[in-house]
Design a protein around this ligand. Structure first.
Ligand code: UT7
Length: 347
C-alpha cells in the first residue's frame, strides 16, 4: 500500500559573513540601488575559509535531525541537491553521510537551482513505495567560489548557504499532492559554468579565459523563469484540483523578487502567503527553497496541515513544482520518536 510522507524536521545554515550591496559597490561598478531595484537583494552570506558545501549541508542536516527528534542512525537515505559540490568526485552526499555518521545510501542531485524540489519529489517516491521511512533532503551551495567577481551582472546576485528537511512516512493525509519536473537542455548555455567538467577540462587556457566561472544570460533566464514559474504552478494546481486560495504558503525559488512578484500576481496568489527572503540571502541556488522553508517553520508560518506550493527553476534549463501537504499531527513512525517542535505548533 502506498504510504504518505510529511516533513518532520528542518534546518538551515548560512555562513557568518554578511556582505551588503554597499560593500560590493566598493570593489565592483554597481550600486545598492541597482541591485535592490533589479533583484530585491540587500545582502548575502559569503562562505569563509572553513565553510564548504559539505560542512554547510551537514550543519543544516544536524539541525533538521534535531528538530525531528532523530539521529543519523534513523536515516534510510540522504539526498543532497547541489551544483557546487566540494569535488566533482567523490559525490558530496557521501561526505555529508560520513560527517553525520549515517549508515545509509546517499546521492547527489545536480539539477541547478531546481535540485531541492527534485529531491523532495524523489524522497516522497521512496517513502510512498514503502522502500524507506526516513529521508534527509538537503539543498546546499557554495557559489561564491565559482563566481567571477568582476562580472557585475552575475556576482551580485548569488550567496552561500544550506537548508535541509527530514521527510518521514505517515499514515495521515499528507505528502505530495501533485508535481511537475521539467527540463529543456536547449537553453543550457544561458546558465553555465563551462570549464571543470570533461568537455572543457581546467587548463591554463580555460582558466585564463575565466571559463571556470558561472556565466548567466540574465535576460534570457529571466524570461524563462517567469514563464516556468507561472506555468508549472498552474499545472500542479490543476493536477491536484487546488485553487490559489487553497494554498497556505508559496515558497518559490529565491532568485529575484521581481520574478516572484510576477508569478504571484499571474497565479492569483495572496501576497501574504508568499515567503520572500532573497533580500537577506541573495540567490543560494538549490538552497533557497529549503532555507526559506526552514525559516517559515521557525516563524510558525508553515503549520501542521498546511498545503505548501514549492517552485524551482534554474540551470539546465530546468524547473520543478509541487504541492505538498503537511501532516496535521506529529509523526512517530517507530512509535518512539516524539516531535517536540511540531507539537508546539498545535498547542
Ligand atoms: O537561479 C538561477 C536563475 N537566475 C535568475 O533567475 C536570474 C534572472 N535574471 C535576472 O534576475 C535579471 O535579468 C538580472 C537581475 C540579472 C538583471 O536585471 P535586468 O533588468 O534584466 O538588467 P539587464 O541585464 O537588462 O541590464 C540592464 C543594465 C545593463 O546596462 P545597459 O546595457 O542597459 O547600459 C547592464 O550592463 O544594467 C547593467 N548592469 C548593472 N549595473 C549596475 C548589469 N549588472 C549591473 C550591476 N550594477 N550589478
Amino acid at each position: 500500500m502506498l504510504k504518505n510522507s510529511t516533513i518532520t524536521g528542518w534546518g538551515h545554515y548560512a555562513p557568518e559573513r554578511v556582505v551588503t550591496n554597499d560593500e560590493l559597490a566598493e570593489t565592483i561598478d554597481t550600486s545598492d540601488e541597482w541591485i535592490r531595484t533589479r533583484s530585491g537583494i540587500r545582502e548575502r552570506h559569503i562562505a569563509g575559509p572553513d565553510d564548504h558545501t559539505s560542512t554547510m549541508a551537514t550543519r543544516a542536516a544536524e539541525m533538521a535531525l534535531d528538530r525531528a527528534g532523530l539521529t543519523a542512525a534513523d536515516l534510510d537515505l540522504i539526498l543532497i541537491a547541489t551544483s557546487s559540490p566540494d569535488y566533482l568526485t567523490p559525490p558530496v552526499s557521501s561526505q555529508v553521510q560520513d560527517n553525520l555518521g549515517a549508515a545509509c545510501g546517499a546521492m547527489t542531485l545536480a539539477v541547478g537551482c531546481t535540485g531541492f524540489v527534485y529531491g523532495l519529489v524523489t524522497a516522497h517516491q521512496f517513502i510512498a513505495a514503502g522502500s524507506y521511512s526516513t529521508v534527509l533532503v538537503v539543498g546546499a551551495e557554495l557559489i561564491s567560489r565559482n563566481l567571477d567577481w568582476t562580472d557585475r551582472g552575475t556576482c551580485v546576485l548569488f550567496g552561500d548557504g544550506a537548508g535541509a528537511v527530514i521527510m518521514q512516512a505517515t499514515d495521515q493525509k499528507a505528502g505530495l499532492l501533485s508535481h511537475v519536473l521539467g527540463s529543456d537542455g536547449s537553453g543550457h548555455e544561458h546558465l553555465i559554468q563551462p570549464s571543470g567538467g570533461c568537455r572543457i577540462p581546467p587548463t591554463h587556457e580555460s582558466l585564463d579565459a575565466g571559463q571556470n566561472f558561472l556565466r548567466m544570460n540574465g535576460r534570457e533566464v529571466f524570461k524563462f523563469a517567469t514563464r516556468a514559474m507561472v506555468e508549472s504552478l498552474s499545472q500542479v494546481m490543476t493536477e491536484a484540483g487546488i485553487e490559489p486560495k487553497d494554498i497556505d504558503l508559496f515558497i518559490p525559488h529565491q532568485a529575484n523578487a521581481r520574478i516572484i512578484e510576477y508569478a504571484v500576481q499571474k497565479a492569483g496568489l495572496d501576497p501574504e502567503k508568499v515567503i520572500v527572503n532573497v533580500d537577506r540571502y541573495g540567490n543560494t541556488s538549490a538552497a533557497t527553497i529549503p532555507i526559506a522553508l526552514s525559516e517559515a517553520f521557525e516563524a510558525r508560518r508553515a503549520k501542521p496541515g498546511d498545503t505548501l506550493a514549492l517552485v524551482g527553476f534554474g540551470a539546465g534549463l530546468t524547473w520543478a513544482a509541487c504541492l505538498f501537504q503537511l501532516a496535521a499531527a506529529p509523526v512517530s513512525p517507530n512509535g518512539q520518536h516524539e516531535h517536540p517542535a511540531v507539537e508546539g505548533f498545535i498547542a
